[in-house]
Design a protein around this ligand. Structure first.
Ligand code: SF4
Length: 378
């Protein structure tokens, strides 16, 4: 990454793409690759300023806050190379069975006190099947719902049956966390005990049950910039509502322990490209934020982030939530949502930018070719 002035040609191209997204349009994969390959700090900061405008246009000053409870820790059968909870690696991470009601109730109350919209129960296991464990999970969700403190979210691994997804919905789950982790191309280098398609199948069941999707990935695992763009387009294709961007925090004992950290500007540029590709989604900066971004954390909002994971992560520490709330206040950002039902993510038309466009939304490359208004002007 080199520090030099903003290139005038690059400035024009970034402005053109940014303006199109602001008008409700889309960028193509080729255009996204061009953005993510910008190298100079001047161009990257130029990109960030457009990502900030896009965030402001679609999100105003609202920031969606989430926190998580490690509802079942360690001894996971899967071999995800970044994860301290896999039984395949010696990491010293805690191990315990499914969580009792009390810690979940405490987390819900604490979250409410801190303006946190949702608390997610996260379990370290391969997936959830029908049986007593599903009953227990549903009981915890019902308790959270009855307490009324926050939205009860869950992240419970692979789901192979529609019945499980339907039961979760019935219990009160509104949003399910299930990351794609990386591009289809790179995924086999992160895990070999299940596949990218297993993850897509799970998301299919959840969507059919009417559950919103929280799905993103991890950057800094050795993937290319192209992989990062492909992940963002996959997330657009599946209609993810919340997109967590985790930045690898290399855990001693895991296969990714020795990977070099991504440069800060590379991380911010990636967030900005996600905002260009996913203008209406919640882009949530999650694990690895503090350790990788250090004093530049507040720049994630200028890069287009509209959501933040607060409180501690599953097995690593975050900065205190009070510090995050102060950061938002200092930036004029507001974490308070009366209710976040994701209606702000709805879009009519093909993305040509015309408010009266009636072309059905499609994420295929040539969606706009179906648009009558776009044909008239191209
Ligand atoms: S990421 Fe999830 S599925 Fe993979 S090893 Fe960790 S807990 Fe298991």
């Amino acid at each position: 990454m080199t520090a030099k002035q903003v290139d005038a040609n690059n400035h024009d191209q970034i402005s053109q793409l940014g303006g199109r997204v602001l008008d409700g349009g889309h960028i193509s994969r080729v255009e996204a690759l061009w953005l993510i390959n910008l190298e100079s700090s001047g161009d990257i900061l130029d990109l960030l300023s457009w990502a900030n405008r896009i965030r402001e246009k679609f999100k105003g000053n609202k920031i969606h806050l989430c926190s998580i409870v490690n509802a079942k820790a360690g001894a996971c059968s899967e071999n995800c190379s970044f994860c301290s909870q896999s039984a395949h690696y010696q990491t010293g991470a805690p191990k315990y069975g499914f969580v009792d009601p009390e810690p979940v109730a405490e987390a819900g109350q604490e979250a409410k006190n801190n303006s946190v919209t949702a608390v997610g129960l996260v379990a370290a296991w391969k997936g959830l099947n029908e049986g007593p464990m599903l009953d227990e999970v549903c009981a915890r969700v019902r308790e959270m719902k009855a307490a009324g403190n926050t939205r009860p979210d869950v992240s419970l691994g692979l789901i192979k049956s529609q019945t499980v997804a339907d039961r979760l919905k019935e219990a009160g789950v509104e949003c399910y966390g299930h990351n794609l982790e990386s591009s289809r191309n790179f995924f086999p280098q992160t895990c070999t005990t299940h596949t990218f398609d297993d993850r897509l199948e799970t998301i299919g069941h959840l969507k059919k049950a009417g559950i919103k999707i929280c799905s993103g990935g991890i950057i800094g695992m050795g993937e290319t910039r192209e992989d990062r763009c492909d992940l963002a387009f996959e997330l657009k294709a599946i209609g993810a509502n919340v997109v967590p961007v985790n930045i690898l925090n290399p855990i001693p004992g895991t296969p990714f322990a020795k990977l070099a950290p991504l440069p800060v500007l590379e991380i911010l540029k990636t967030i900005a490209c996600f905002r260009f590709i996913l203008p209406r989604q919640e882009i949530m900066i999650a694990g690895g934020r503090t350790v990788n971004l250090r004093d530049t954390q507040s720049m994630i909002f200028m890069a287009g982030a509209s959501a933040l994971m607060v409180g501690n992560y599953l097995t690593t520490l975050n900065q205190p939530v009070e510090k995050d709330l102060q950061m938002l206040k200092d930036l004029g950002l507001d974490p308070n949502w009366d209710s976040h039902d994701f209606s702000d993510q709805e879009q009519t038309g093909c993305g040509c930018g015309r408010g009266n466009c009636e072309t059905e939304i499609a994420v295929e490359k040539d969606a706009q070719s179906l648009c009558h208004a776009a044909q008239l002007t191209t």
